[in-house]
Design a protein around this ligand. Sequence first.
Ligand code: MN
Length: 234
Amino acid sequence: MTTQYLWAPPPVNSLPVRGKTDRLPVNRLFFVGRNYHAHAVEMGKPVDKSVERPFYFTKAPSSLTPSGATVAYPPETGNYHYEMELVLAIGTAGFRIALADAHRHIYGYACGLDMTRRDLQLVARDKGRPWDLGKDIEHGSVCAEIVPMPGVVIESGALSLAVNGVTRQSSDIDKLIWNIREIIADLSLFYHLQSGDLIYTGTPEGVGPVLAGDVITGRIDGVGEIELTIAAAE
Ligand code: MN
């Protein structure tokens, strides 16, 4: 007998996949914090990899928004920031994954934007509160099409972001503090990684605010491009 619900259940969150008609069903959204030295420094929190481990936050999968969307400037912020990131899609489930096996769990990659209420994030950070209001924002997890690259570990590639055509972020994947293998191995110590989990790998320096009317464009060599337009607040 088919399960009956009180109202229509929410749709499956999914992304287009380059070269395929089938879409990738998204499970969870993980984000690595402070994973480029120059960004960590601009946030006033430099990272010493010799004594620190990576840290993560999550956003609701319902915050996923496709590239090309136009979204309203979000409520309760006066400092809405872009963060350009390489997104990794898990294809094969795993728990306590060894560094040498990490590539086996990769389905592909995409360009992503980790949109952030910077004012609220910094208040939360400095008061020791959770980051949810600063990070888990409706329409705040932007992701372009997934590019299938099963088993491929991306180790370098230029990554950049522009607002209204003016470049604001420019770096390279080879500057990740914790690289793709290390992220998969470490995150899998805490979670049973599952097919459709997305990991936003962190943003380089140059983060900054956007305003209604702005168009954000980003690209990663060998992966693709992403675009988001900011509309007036509701
Ligand atoms: Mn980020």
